[in-house]
Design a protein around this ligand. Structure first.
Ligand SMILES: [Zn+2]
Length: 123
């Protein structure tokens, strides 16, 4: 699902998109000339492979996302995550895909291996 940056209205516009088992449902709202606010709920499952035993496992997802999107490079003082779409086209699937990648980067072990990992930590 692609939306032209300049066509996003100042009144929140609803959207819904799905990528490989995950759906993102929420609103897009232009909050300034350069910034679109995305507020949405990410639900579904992410399929991942365990780094230790290779077993496939799923990461259930149900989280609120709030992101800033821009069509230009933005320098910010705060920690707000801004995703830039420099060609002026907001790509919702890309946002879901990057969420999948960042979740996979966080959780590399299946439940079994995660439990084992806990025992190996010594304080
Ligand atoms: Zn495992």
């Amino acid at each position: 699902m692609q939306i032209a940056f300049e066509k996003v209205p100042v009144i929140p516009k609803e959207f819904k998109a799905e990528v490989s088992g995950l759906s993102l449902c929420g609103t897009l709202e232009k909050i300034s000339r350069d910034i679109v606010k995305l507020k949405a709920r990410l639900t579904g499952v992410i399929k991942a492979d365990c780094d230790r035993c290779g077993k496939h496992f799923i990461l259930p997802q149900d989280q609120e996302l709030e992101l800033r999107l821009s069509d230009r490079l933005i320098q910010t003082q705060d920690d707000l995550d801004i995703i830039e779409f420099l060609d002026g086209i907001i790509d919702i699937e890309y946002i879901i895909q990057s969420e999948i990648e960042s979740q996979k980067a966080l959780y590399n072990y299946c439940e079994d291996c995660n439990d084992k990992e806990d025992y190996e930590i010594e304080f």
